[in-house]
Ligand binder design. Structure first.
Ligand code: ZN
Length: 526
């Protein structure tokens, strides 16, 4: 019926056109035959066909078609709505979303669209798992190191023992769920031909790394990492990880060729100013912490962890060297949640480097475990310990402490559609990681402290941009003024039973804290 109507309309249009020609061309009237029907009958009637284009839900088409003369080319484009993709045509054997149809028969076609699954709203991918690292350790002393001081330095055997200590091995085994191990080889002390007592020199990476190391029977290409250990007096000059230019046995290795890091040892007392730098041995000292409790009050002491500062710093730099180029930050907003407008006076504190005091890649003052975002990035998980949430909807999870191996140990949440600019090199979507700690775990045993114990009553929530991680404060309390410095109060940061955290993307609710130390959590991805 539609065909007939369109045909009649077409015919009617043609008659009007002819009438217009007649009225506008009086001078040529004599050559226009007076009988209109005769014209129509005498010209060959063009063969016309009907093209009908429709669309399934999830997209649109550039034309609904119409009636065309035989041989007419008609361009039809199918465009998917956001969240849908074009998957093909019904009625024509073509797969391109843009068609040029040569009309030579009646044709009805339908563009087909399909809702994009949440997987395709997710960019990036899991990075290759880091499962092993072989480290060459190069201890360094200096021209001006006196023999009596030098005698106090750890021997290469002692260095080997320090770096393969069973607790160090256990740390990497725990945080990688048994996936990662490393091997250490310590070479002889390298006598760097510069004076060493000027502590500032160790702040300059090039002095240690950009140097021709002549080391017999040593090929850096046999190792995954080089660890330089300058052994020195005074204060630790700051450990570093990165990729520097270095020359070994006259062979130049350009930036990016060798993953290097250096972890100085502070030891001895040569030329030391007692008033500024008390005698110290970072191979034995433990990290000193200070938990602000008020303007001029704090809890201080030595963290009861089984590793020395040197060993802790080794872990931190080694993890950098494995591919974690940032620290574990904090994201706080005084007594408001991080997503609320920045509280006046909080500028500069909302994004603190080393701000996560509960992670070895943050300041690690309150606990030590490696946060879940970086475990995920390093490939340290399996399907048992990692619970992934990639789709919108309601998800219920039973979460166990982060170093558990036979249950869910962390939750990875990726916001559909919030892809990273670096998804082409694997960075996954923006999202959240949720983890909880157990004080039975030696790396979190310090949470037993009265100032910190509330953190074992709930779950830690971190956000990620696909790479870096930020510890969020789930129970925001006012910043602390501590000896004239304003600092976020991170003594209690967890989300506890019956509490929830909600922003435009997500709602996280702790349903219950269970007797076995696990938490039942509901996550709504909006
Ligand atoms: Zn660092």
């Amino acid at each position: 019926m539609e065909y007939i109507l369109r045909y009649l309309f077409g015919l009617f249009g043609l008659l009007i056109l002819i009438a217009l020609i007649i009225s506008c061309s009086s001078e040529e009237e004599n050559i226009i035959p007076s009988n209109n029907s005769q014209i129509v009958d005498s010209e060959p009637d063009p063969v016309r066909y009907n093209l009908t284009v429709t669309s399934s839900e999830g997209g649109s088409i550039s034309t609904e078609g119409g009636t065309y003369d035989e041989g007419t080319s008609v361009t039809v484009t199918a465009t998917a709505n956001p969240g849908y993709k074009f998957i093909g045509w019904e009625g024509i054997d073509e797969s391109n979303n843009e068609l040029i149809i040569s009309v030579n028969s009646n044709l009805t076609i339908r563009a087909l669209f399909e809702q994009i699954t949440s997987f395709t709203q997710q960019g990036g991918y899991d990075q290759p798992t880091k499962s092993f690292g072989k480290i060459a350790v190069i201890p360094i002393d200096f021209l001006d190191t006196p023999d009596d001081i030098r005698n106090e330095f750890p021997t290469k055997e002692k260095l080997y023992d320090l770096l393969t200590d069973e607790n160090l091995i256990k740390f990497f085994d725990d945080v990688s769920y048994g996936i990662f191990s490393y091997e250490i080889e310590v070479i002889d002390y390298y006598h760097l031909k510069i004076n060493g007592f000027d502590n500032q020199k160790l702040f300059d990476d090039t002095i240690i790394s950009n140097h021709n190391y002549e080391i017999q029977n040593f090929n850096p290409e046999d190792y995954d990492h080089l660890l330089f250990v300058p052994v020195y007096d005074k204060q630790l000059a700051g450990a570093r990880a990165g990729s520097w230019e270095v020359t070994i046995n006259d062979k130049f290795y350009s930036m990016g060729t060798i993953q290097s890091f250096f972890v100085p040892i502070m030891i001895g007392y040569f030329d030391r100013d007692d008033s500024m730098w008390p005698f110290s041995d970072s191979t034995k000292d433990k990290k000193f912490y200070s938990i602000p409790t008020g303007e001029s009050s704090s809890v201080e002491g030595e963290i009861n962890y089984p590793l020395s500062r040197f060993q802790q710093t080794f872990i931190h730099e080694f993890i950098h060297s494995l591919g974690i180029g940032t620290h574990s930050y904090s994201s706080t907003n005084d007594d408001k949640f991080n997503f609320e407008p920045i509280v006046q006076g909080n500028d500069g504190l909302e994004n603190l480097d080393y701000g996560d005091k509960f992670c070895i890649m943050g300041s690690g003052e309150y606990a030590w475990s490696l946060n879940a975002a970086y475990r995920d990035y390093l490939g340290w998980f399996n399907d048992t310990v990692r619970h992934r949430i990639l789709e919108k909807g309601i998800h219920n999870i039973n979460l166990h402490p982060i170093n558990t191996r036979d249950n869910t140990a962390f939750i990875e949440v990726r916001i559909p559609g919030k892809t990273s600019d670096f998804s082409s090199i694997g960075y996954k979507n923006e999202g959240y990681f949720i983890e909880t700690r157990s004080k039975e775990d030696i790396w979190s045993s310090f949470l037993d402290n009265a100032e910190l114990s509330s953190n074992i009553e709930g779950v830690f929530v971190k956000k990620t941009d696909g790479y870096t991680s930020w510890l969020l404060d789930m129970s925001p309390s006012s910043n602390i003024n501590f000896y004239g410095t304003t600092t976020p109060d991170l003594r209690d940061v967890v989300l506890k039973q019956n509490q929830n955290y909600e922003n435009d993307d997500i709602k996280i609710t702790v349903i219950s804290k269970n007797l076995n130390g696990s938490f039942d959590i509901e996550i709504v991805l909006k």
